[in-house]
Design a protein around this ligand. Structure first.
Ligand SMILES: NC(=O)c1ccc[n+]([C@@H]2O[C@H](COP(=O)([O-])OP(=O)(O)OC[C@H]3O[C@@H](n4cnc5c(N)ncnc54)[C@H](OP(=O)(O)O)[C@@H]3O)[C@@H](O)[C@H]2O)c1
Length: 289
């Protein structure tokens, strides 16, 4: 057995922080590729109480934790504690990955790039398309900022209207696109889905355990709509099932999840992870539940 096969005083630590954290798939996919690449790393999950975020950041430096993923509810707040932040993450206003270089903490948003890659890898173009996005939280910010580069029009429909309007105003300032923020009322969903080419759900509606829920009535979907649900548990949400029945092309959240992890992993370790292995480990794990 080589030293790389055992956890030792040379082992480098990667982790994810969040509150709660028990739902996180990150340890499963990252540890699988660490083992495959025979790297002397370990990836752990830490449940950090919101009052203790400052202590957790001190811990990253004190324990020399090499790479950190950040999940709910810290993606925005963590930015106050970092030494430098990538310009895209700065614009989005959220960081989901941190690299620790001898105590210097840099932040990045790999969610945005991963979300766009998932669409492109599935064979879809976003250029000149009309997007209806449901939700205006962290993931919606990441997706709209990255897609605004080449999309024609974005409608943001959110439960809290003023949050949708605020995001629309920001996007208008940064990009030359048509964009409107609205409340997710039934009439807005009905009218806007008719005009959309791509529908993206970034709300948690339909996520385990509320698997019977969908963010939009099935009758508002049309067969030419690409339906992208970033929820990954379950792998096929009610929205995706409704869309498939109507004849829409669908994408689930698993590709985005795996891609954001793979981008962070390569940034931390300079090694390309096996994306299929990461994906299969999550499918295996979700199938076990
Ligand atoms: N596949 C991936 O890799 C990936 C990555 C990131 C996130 N996600 C998933 O995306 C979802 C959102 O994450 P986030 O980070 O954007 O969260 P977030 O910042 O908390 O935003 C949640 C959004 O959903 C809306 N919302 C929440 N509950 C709702 C409800 N009952 N009815 C209608 N709208 C509701 C919120 O509306 P208000 O503004 O009114 O509160 C807000 O716009 C989660 O399910 C998460 O698991 C997936």
């Amino acid at each position: 057995m080589s030293e790389k096969d055992i956890i030792s005083s040379h082992t480098k630590v990667l982790c994810v922080i969040g509150y709660p954290i028990e739902h996180s798939m990150s340890p499963i996919m990252h540890n699988a590729v660490i083992r495959e690449l025979k790297l002397n790393y370990i990836y752990l999950a830490f449940k950090v109480s919101p009052n203790n975020l400052n202590l957790a950041v001190k811990g990253f430096r004190a324990f020399n934790i090499k790479g950190i993923n950040v999940t709910l509810p810290f993606k925005q707040k963590i930015m106050n504690y970092l030494d430098d932040i990538d310009p895209i993450a700065q614009k989005i206003g959220a960081v989901n990955a941190i690299k620790n270089d001898n105590g210097n903490l840099s932040g990045r948003n790999t969610d945005a790039e991963a979300a766009k890659n998932a669409l492109i890898n599935a064979g879809y173009t976003t250029s000149g398309k009309n997007l209806l996005i449901l939700g205006a939280g962290g993931a919606a910010r990441a997706l709209t900022y990255i897609l605004a580069e080449d999309i024609n029009k974005i409608i943001i429909a959110n439960r809290t209207e003023k949050r949708a309007i605020k995001l629309a105003k920001e996007l208008k300032k940064n990009f030359s696109i048509k964009v409107e923020g609205k409340r997710n009322s039934i009439s807005v969903l009905k009218e806007e889905s008719k005009k959309a080419d791509i529908l993206i759900n970034t709300t948690p509606l339909g996520m385990y355990p509320s698997v019977e829920k969908s963010p939009i009535p099935a009758e508002f979907l049309h067969k030419d709509l690409i339906v992208y649900d970033i929820v990954y548990n379950p792998l096929e949400t009610k929205l995706m099932k409704d869309a498939t029945k109507i004849g829409c092309n669908t994408i689930g959240g698993l590709d985005m999840l795996v891609n954001q992890g793979a981008l962070a992993f390569e940034w931390w370790t300079n090694k390309k992870p096996n994306i299929d292995l990461m994906k299969n480990k999550i499918i295996e794990f979700l199938g076990m539940k």
